[in-house]
Design a protein around this ligand. Sequence first.
Ligand code: FES
Length: 210
Amino acid sequence: MTEAVPDDTRWFYLCTEDDLAVPNAFVTTRVGAVPLVAQNLKGRVVAFRNVCTHRFAIIHDAASGCGPLRCPYHGWTFDAEGVPVGLPFNPTDFQLDAEGRRRLALNPASLARCGRLVFVRVATEGPALKEQLGNDLFTRLADLSETFSRSGEPMEPGEDWEGFETANLRVALRAGHALHLEALPPPGAGDRFARTATFLPVHADTERPA
Ligand code: FES
């Protein structure tokens, strides 16, 4: 069966801000044929196509992790603008000056937040995340992400939990107790990019959901 090519301007949920909170933390996904990475580079969270501009190797193969934005092939390291700044053997092997390195900057992707939730898309231009989710749902999801900001042990939503879906997210809520997020992999991404997480209210609540 042929998989539909996803719209490049469509936003997909990637992770929470906590997943990208420390320098060099990264999370990857794939949208159709395009691998994407969001990474914290010296405190700045940016998104690129996860493809080296030198010989097109995948930069981060893992679904998430912590490490420099460095191509495993020839070891080029990229900065927050996507420009290769560390090029082993540059004087002998590549001879790239500043302008040459700028021309080989990584292709940018888009990153947007809804509260503490991070979304990415392939295209650099297109409708805002709020436009895709709709104003009401965007506001609700942002509020929920702020209210339920503590990571909890994974739990299965009960049948009596409220549920709704948006983008690639299935959201399940037990009001006042727990928020469960199930992120389906974008089209073409494969199951290793599926993510589930349970969050608890900001304030300690000793009662565990039934
Ligand atoms: S392919 Fe990435 S540095 Fe050469």
